[in-house]
Design a protein around this ligand. Structure first.
Ligand code: AMP
Length: 223
């Protein structure tokens, strides 16, 4: 099963990707997480993309395509994978289609998380995650069960993303509307686009996605 999660920053792609990964037991590939790891480790690539990310812009297509493609051919992805944050341009989408077709594979569903721009700022402002295991939380919508302690691993260390500041979020939203939104008609024409109300609560969104994925008999067999 190959799933693409599409939607603006703050739409809940990361959260839903985590839930889908747990539910279907397939790999989750988040290009944002991959890039943040490079930045944290101060690798040459990390140094190259750090400023671009801090400005809320997209890293060059070739850079991100090379990073992602190094993962999709690994054994972990043999049964399928969930893409969170890729593709973000039509060029990336075309490259992905070609790479998958070369292996006799194709995307099964593109889940579009539809959201209201104004709400996104509120959502993004409250986001934080566990510094140890990466579990995602939100001050209002998904706090930890015990204050200051990760539900998943008990760590007491949390991080907030550098690019979640209000002015950077506005730029990321702008990049989404200009560069990523053209993917909607791209996938619509291919009959792959499945809009889901991303403004519902986390479990309701997950249920809608599972309905889309679960009703596909071919997928149920493969998953
Ligand atoms: P995300 O965590 O998906 O919001 O990604 C964080 C940042 O990483 C984005 O604002 C971009 O700067 C960069 N990034 C992640 N994925 C891509 C992509 N597919 N294409 C270009 N830039 C990306």
């Amino acid at each position: 099963m190959i799933l693409v999660l599409l939607g603006p920053p703050g739409a809940g792609k990361g959260t839903q990707a985590q839930l889908l990964q747990a539910k279907f037991g397939i790999a989750k590939l988040s290009t944002g997480d991959m890039l943040r790891e490079e930045v944290t480790s101060c690798s040459p690539l990390g140094k190259e993309v750090k400023d671009i990310m801090a400005k809320g812009q997209l890293v060059p297509d070739k850079t991100i395509i090379d990073i992602l493609f190094a993962h999709i051919h690994t054994p972990d992805c043999a049964r399928g994978f969930i893409l969170d944050g890729f593709p973000r341009t039509v060029k990336q989408a075309e490259a992905l289609d070609v790479a998958l077709a070369a292996e006799g594979k194709a995307i099964d569903h593109v889940i579009e998380l539809t959201v209201d721009d104004a709400k996104l700022i509120e959502r993004i402002g409250g986001r934080f995650s566990c510094a140890k295991c990466g579990a995602g939380y939100h001050d209002t919508f998904k706090p930890t069960k015990h204050a200051g302690k990760c539900d998943a691993c008990d760590s007491t260390q949390f991080i907030r993303r550098e690019d979640d500041k209000a002015e950077t979020v506005a730029k990321r939203l702008d990049a989404y509307h200009k560069q990523t939104a053209p993917l909607l008609p791209y996938y619509q024409q291919k009959g792959l686009l499945r809009p889901v109300d991303g403004m519902a609560d986390i479990q309701a969104v997950a249920a809608q996605i599972e309905k889309v994925v679960g009703t596909d008999k071919k997928l149920a067999k493969n998953s």
